[in-house]
Design a protein around this ligand. Sequence first.
Ligand code: GLP
Length: 270
Amino acid sequence: MPEIIIVKNEAEAGDIYGRCVADLIKAKPNAVLGLATGSSPLAAYRSLARIVKDESIDVSQVQGFALDEYIGLPLIHPESYHATIHRTVVEPLGLDPAKVHVPGDVLNGTPLEDGAKIASAGPAYDAAIEAAGGIDVQILGIGTDGHVGFNEPGSSLASGTRVKTLAEQTRIDNARFFDNDINQVPTHCITQGIGTIMKARHLVLLAFGSGKAEAIEETVEGGVSAFCPASALQMHPHATIIVDEEAASRLRHKDYYRYAYTHKPAWQGI
Ligand code: GLP
């Protein structure tokens, strides 16, 4: 069962992540960070960047692996996750771009029809994560349908990195990045699988706003099911879910989660 932390706002959640990862990098300069796109992690990256600067932390050895990428977008497309991760993480944190990887890096706009090239990219990505020593902390957002990365409802909970078809709802949700035109949103993606994500040593999922309340309820208090891929976090030995009041609004046991976190010894961290 993940630890649930209910915070006032995204900035407070960001500071919890920032402190956790800054301490990790101090202890392990070549830490491997699992990175995510979307709006939910932005305050967390900002907080980490601030701490890294204030405390002069050396991040030159830090490695990064992003969760997912659209199929068919060239790397230089501003909405490719390659470009997004470089804009929101690599540059503000001052990471070495050569040490930060996105699953579609080798594809760079390769069309879906090029099966041989596309099919081999997933297993190669999982092998690269293993070779780097595995992910220490994986940050996650959540889709309104409970997806993590781009593992849509129905995804195998044991899956590795592979090509998936995006759900219509996800394309509608993400059309805001493509001139509000769903036709510009790619139909397919390559994403770390749930099995890949579950191998990370610590998972930190962030969700804010009432639009995420139902997905959080299913993730935390529903059954473990491929129909809510994020519910796999219930099976992870070290998962932390940080939510604001709106995203927590449907949780039946929120008083207990609040009580447990308030009484947690500081030395435990998250
Ligand atoms: C996309 C990404 C997910 C992300 C989700 C939610 O679908 N592939 O990794 O969690 O969007 O995005 P947001 O945080 O903007 O709500």
